[in-house]
Design a binder for this molecule. Structure first.
Ligand code: GLN
Length: 484
């Protein structure tokens, strides 16, 4: 059952091959036996899931089921869940029980999906390896000495290990695409504003965007369709109808213009990863696509500009965790200042503190123009590059990451090197564009991700382009040893 896609499971549920309760019990049993090694879950919500499964079975029997009714899914632990702990991977929120559901979670609830738990993540979504989580690192199911990527590493690893057929994630600089690539699963980050951020704990508000992980593009479209849509409670949510992402999945891609940015294939890209991506491009040629060389001249500035903008926004967003309004409170404070200092000192981990310090610095009087304002100007240049590129091409293809999964601990003491693992993903967030990663092969028995970038609100086209590739390849069906 656990190797089936969401589309297949939905069919099985409808045809009465198994009930949602059976499927949910099977899922929970797999998590209980296999996740000890991976640590991809922070919280498993068994009782809640079984109650939802029973309700889904009734709905299925009554014939008013949606695509996700009765399907087990897991939420990244950044989405608030009413009555269930929402930790954001931090000691700061270790005991936080949200009093409401995020919009994303309530949308899954109305679709009748079954939430089996909350997945592990880098603390406050800051990281590229899932090693900054207060709950310990997540292991990559392809090789448990390597990282799953971050920050949505738990969500990616859980799908790769076939613990659950679909999960949610968030992507501020690459946190869906990068772990999807490193774990060999399909991940999509939609256009900024497509998925509501209400109840999604904020890291860098102008970049954060929710999205999906699944085995296939078809499934990723089912999840994305369920979680997307306008929300008046998020002022950056966009009021635009959500298309049926299944409708165009099979559309012919003959004549599709694919842009290859030369900056994504230069120094810094592992040779063997490059070869895998070139082979994927050959597949697209066979499918009738036309390849066009393009340039994104400012993409090299995306990592440095991001590490000004994202920390600036995080220093402001995280100021609410002061032990008074939100978050961990220290024992026996001497006075208010001591309470703030010790609560924040104890609650936050090292990477989060580093970001807050950098953010406060770049926003401070005297430095604002030199750093923050400058970074915003660079951000505009990056967006302009994409705008020009999309005048010539329909989609942009390239590697998702410069290398395959690295070893646990390998980059933990080298933040700049760690930051560079998002070198091909961050520009997409800076411009607010949609991006995807699909499994495209292996190097040293570790998965390689192919990145597909589209113009604003072209999620349907990305899913179509990914689906066509998945019809002629089987990389997305490979399962790590021990998790078959
Ligand atoms: N790795 C990047 C960071 O640490 C991106 C994280 C994310 O997308 N949430 O900021």
């Amino acid at each position: 059952m656990h190797n089936k896609t969401i589309a297949e499971l939905a069919l099985g549920l409808r045809n009465g091959e198994f009930s949602s309760e059976e499927l949910t019990r099977h899922t929970l049993a797999r998590i209980a036996s296999l996740d000890k090694e991976l640590n991809s879950f922070i919280t498993v919500s068994s009782e809640h899931a079984l109650a939802q499964a029973k309700a889904a079975d009734e709905r299925l029997a009554n014939g008013n089921a949606d695509a996700l009714t009765g399907i087990p899914i897991a939420q990244k632990d950044i989405f608030c869940t009413n009555g269930i702990r929402t930790s954001c991977g931090s000691n700061m929120l270790d005991n936080f029980i949200a009093p409401y559901d995020s919009t994303v979670v309530s949308k899954f609830n109305s679709a009748g999906a079954v939430m089996v738990g909350k997945t592990n993540m880098d603390e406050f979504a800051m990281g590229s390896s899932n090693e900054t989580s207060f709950y310990g690192p997540v292991k990559n199911p392809w090789n448990t000495n390597t990282v799953p990527g971050g920050s949505s590493g738990g969500s990616a690893a859980a799908v790769a290990a076939r613990l659950v057929p679909g999960t949610t994630g968030t992507d501020t600089g690459g946190s869906i695409r990068q772990p999807a690539a490193l774990c060999g699963v399909t991940g999509i980050k939609p256009t900024y504003g497509r998925v509501s951020r209400y109840g999604m704990i904020a890291f860098a508000s102008s970049l954060d965007q929710g999205g999906a992980f699944a085995q296939t593009a078809e499934d990723a479209g089912l999840i994305l369709g369920a979680m997307s849509g306008f929300d008046e409670r998020d002022s950056t949510s966009i009021d635009k109808p959500v298309p049926d992402y299944q409708a165009d999945l099979n559309k012919d891609i003959k004549g599709l213009k694919i842009g290859l940015p030369k900056e994504f294939f230069s120094e810094g890209l592992d040779n063997e990863v490059a070869r895998v991506i070139e082979a994927a491009i050959e597949e697209y040629k066979k499918l009738g696509a036309e390849i066009v060389e393009i340039s994104l001249p400012n993409s090299g500035l995306s990592v440095p500009a991001y590490y000004v903008v994202a920390p600036a926004e995080c220093s402001s967003n995280l100021s609410r965790f002061d032990g008074v309004r939100f978050g961990h409170r220290c024992e026996n404070p001497d006075d208010l200042e001591d309470l703030y200092k010790r609560s924040r000192g104890e609650g936050f981990g090292a990477e989060v503190k580093r970001r807050i310090l950098v953010g406060a610095y770049v926003l401070s009087a005297g430095y604002y123009d030199a750093y923050y304002l400058k970074a915003q100007k660079v951000r505009r240049l990056i967006s302009e590059d994409f705008k020009q590129a999309f005048e010539k091409v329909d989609v942009i293809l390239g590697p998702t990451t410069p290398s395959v999964a690295f070893n646990l601990g390998e980059k933990a003491d080298d933040p700049v090197n760690m930051y560079l693992s998002d070198t091909y993903t961050i520009a997409v967030n800076m411009a607010g564009l949609p991006g995807m990663s699909v499994p495209a092969g292996f190097v040293n028995q570790l998965p390689v991700g192919l990145q597909i970038i589209g113009n604003y609100f072209e999620e349907g086209r990305l899913l179509n382009v990914a689906h066509k590739y998945q019809q002629v390849t089987d990389w997305h069906q490979r399962t790590p040893q021990g998790f078959e």
